[in-house]
Structures are given as C-alpha cells and as structure tokens.
Ligand binder design. Structure first.
Ligand code: ZN
Length: 257
C-alpha cells in the first residue's frame, strides 16, 4: 500500500491489489474517505496511516457497488457508508452479491479475513447532486457504463476528481454485467469537462493523473470503444494496457456489444 498527496487536503492510498485507490478528502475539520484498499493488513493499517497525515474520516463513500470498492467499513466499522442512489438500487437488486464476490476472490488468493463484509446502514446520496463536507460541497456526477451504477466525485475547491472505474492507465474500459457501451460513452462525455476543470484525476485503479494525461486516456478509451463496437477481435490496446488480463476483459466486452 502506498500513499500519495494529491493536494494538501487530499491523500490517495493505493492498494497492492489491483492498484485500487482510496482517497481521503478533507475540508475544514471534516474528512471523507472515498473507496477502500483491499487486503486485511491494508485495512488495518489505514486508520493509523491517515491519522498520521491528519486525516480522520467522518464519513465513507464508494464510487460504485463493486465489492473491491466497498470495504471502508472493515477499516472504520463505526462509520456509515454513503452510496449513490443507483448503487443502493443495485445492492437491492443483487442482495449479498458483493459479499459473495469478496469471499470468492479471497478464496482464490488465499486471503484470510477476521470479519465478513457488513455494509451496515447505507446512506443514500443523490446523483447528480452534492454532499456537504465541512464548508465545501463535493459534487456527485453520474458515472455508469462500467456497471449499472457509479458516480464521480468532484472536489472542485482543491481540483481533485475521483472518477471510479474510468480513465485508468492499467485497465481498459470494462463493460461488466449491468454496464453498457452507450452509457460508458455518455459517462466519458460527462467526465471530459470535469477533467478539464481538475488538476488531478484519481481513477478507481492505477496511477493518479494530471489533467493532460487523463484527457489522453479519455481519447484512448473512446478509440477503444469504437474498435469494440466494430467487433474487432484483436484491437490495438493502449500502451501499458496491452496485457493478457486486458485481452480477457476485451473478450468479455465483446459479449456485451
Ligand atoms: Zn474496481
């Protein structure tokens, strides 16, 4: 797990698993934690690591309801988890799915956890909308297409945009079950002006990007979706993302167009 300061009030912690990013955003005396790291040791170390840098979360939020982003309460069991309305609806449609997926991946990688995932009382957030943080407002923008749910969080006062599973330098656009290419394209179009207004973009997985890098990835992702919709079996994948794992995701994507 590594930590990077994106802004004096934003600390991004990256899990050693899938490079999942968890972002602590502070405004005045309030802090929100967006998404979560994965491994039990990382979750155990997280409160101390954040506190050492002056971040003590008062609230948790997840960009979407995929299991690998929902683990905040394993580090902060006393806090409620906030989810966008589409994510709450998804959890109701797929009861127990996140817990099952977590168990499956833990089994596959021999990860032992002392407690199962309990989401507790979920707090529903309006998307599009905003949520107050100290004296500031975190903007919530719809970001579906990868899944049926999803939201991007824009901390405009510090120029940081957390997009969830989009604009990654390690993952191609992934149209997972519940997602769609049309919705994915609409999300990229919606993200473009937000990226333009941001200094730093935090994807759900991979490195933090400066604005220009994020815009370049956005273009690459549009090109990829074009190739996907043409049904290309072996499209050129962007530099750094042409791996067998990403070829596997492409194969899955082809079943969804
Ligand atoms: Zn993810």
């Amino acid at each position: 797990m590594r930590a990077v300061t994106a802004h004096p009030d934003v600390l991004v912690v990256t899990s050693s698993f899938w490079q999942i990013n968890a972002t602590a955003v502070r405004a005045g005396d309030e802090t929100m934690l967006v998404d979560s790291p994965y491994f039990p040791e990382e979750l155990e170390a997280l409160p101390g690591l954040l506190a050492g840098a002056g971040f003590e979360p008062d609230a948790l939020v997840a960009t979407h309801a995929d299991f690998d982003h929902l683990l905040g309460r394993l580090a902060f069991p006393g806090l409620a988890l906030g989810l966008g309305e589409p994510s709450v609806e998804r959890l109701h449609r797929e009861p127990g799915d996140a817990q099952r997926m977590l168990r499956d991946y833990d089994d596959r990688f021999y990860v032992e956890r002392s407690a199962p995932l309990a989401l507790g009382q979920v707090q529903t957030l309006p998307v599009p909308g905003s949520v107050e943080l100290g004296s500031e407002e975190l903007e919530l923008h719809p970001a579906d297409g990868h899944t049926a749910d999803g939201m991007a969080l824009m901390a405009r006062w510090c120029g940081v945009l957390c997009v969830g599973d989009y604009l990654s330098n390690v993952e191609i656009p992934w149209i997972s079950a519940g997602g769609s290419v049309d919705a994915y394209r609409a999300t990229l179009a919606r993200l473009a002006p937000l990226v333009e207004a941001a200094e730093t973009v935090v994807p759900g997985h991979g490195a933090l990007h400066a604005r220009d890098t994020a815009l370049r990835i956005l273009d690459e992702d549009v090109d990829y979706l074009d190739a996907l919709e043409r049904g290309e079996e072996r499209p050129a994948l962007p530099t750094g993302r042409d791996t067998s794992e990403q070829r596997g995701i492409h194969k899955e994507n082809l079943t969804r167009v």
